[in-house]
Design a protein around this ligand. Sequence first.
Ligand SMILES: [Zn+2]
Length: 219
Amino acid sequence: MRRGMPLPDGNHGEHLALRRASSSTERLGCIEVVCGSMFSGKTEELLRRVKRARLARHRVVLFKPRIDNRYDDVKVVSHEGIKAEATAIASAAEIFSFVNLESAPEVVGIDEAQFFDDAVVDAAETLANAGVRVICAGLDQDYRGKPFGPMPALMSVAEYVTKLQAVCSRCGAAACRSQRLVGMEGQLFVGGAADYEPRCRRCFVAGVVDVAGAPPSRA
Ligand SMILES: [Zn+2]
């Protein structure tokens, strides 16, 4: 680190310049990514940041993909049951049907960002360039342990990246993977607590296991 340079933020990847809103042209936008395995607390972290922004009287608009209707069509709900109103959209481009860049809100949150296509990266950049603080939460890896959809690209253009870990259901170590427990193929299978469990690198088995946890057939 060069002398005189500011130290890295001690804020764990969160943009905390919660000054009262100025006009969007004066605001410096940014992209924050909150990612990790299932049960790592991504949605809780998104909603915590949203709550703090609202305490600072920032306007917040939350979006989620329409594909994800696990709990509620119009709310972002964490596994812990914390919730906030959200708009379900079929594509990232739809964000601009709800957000006018001329009078943009201070904060735009996007939950389950992994389910959008790469257009969500351009949308996040457009919003951030217009002075919006964009907070994207999503799975960084799919059930095979592979990068999930637009998340790698979002992480690369983001100013702040927070990687959260769950607790491995087998050994108690920090878990970075989502083990799928049912025999469904495809990234877009949206499951809940009964369909996945968090596992560490060592306990994770790439592929699908049956509900009883029998040895999977390695692909
Ligand atoms: Zn483990």
